[in-house]
Design a protein. Structure first.
Length: 94
């Protein structure tokens, strides 16, 4: 496994196995969107997007339920910029 940290407070601080699945502990600013990606071989060009989530607490845990039985899996987390306007007052974005 490989840890790749991005600039600022965004980083994967720990990886452990829970019932044979990788669990990532991620430190991030709250209120931003994190994109968690993986690949099984660093020579692959593209990363597979596992999820996008809005950070409501930090640090937080992410359990990779999609992890195959590959002998290695590499992870990175990106902070995405919210380019959309907030919902009107009294409404929620779901």
């Amino acid at each position: 496994m490989c840890l790749v940290a991005q600039a600022g407070t965004l980083s994967i601080t720990n990886i452990s196995l829970v019932s044979g699945k990788p669990q990532l502990r991620i430190q991030s600013d709250t209120g931003i969107t994190n994109q968690i990606l993986s690949k099984t071989n660093l020579s692959q060009t593209n990363w597979l997007v596992l999820t996008n989530l809005i950070v409501t607490q930090s640090p937080y845990l992410f359990l990779d339920l999609s992890a195959a039985t590959a002998s290695s899996r590499f992870y990175r987390v990106l902070g995405l910029t919210n380019t959309t306007s907030p919902p009107p007052s009294g409404m929620a974005l779901i």
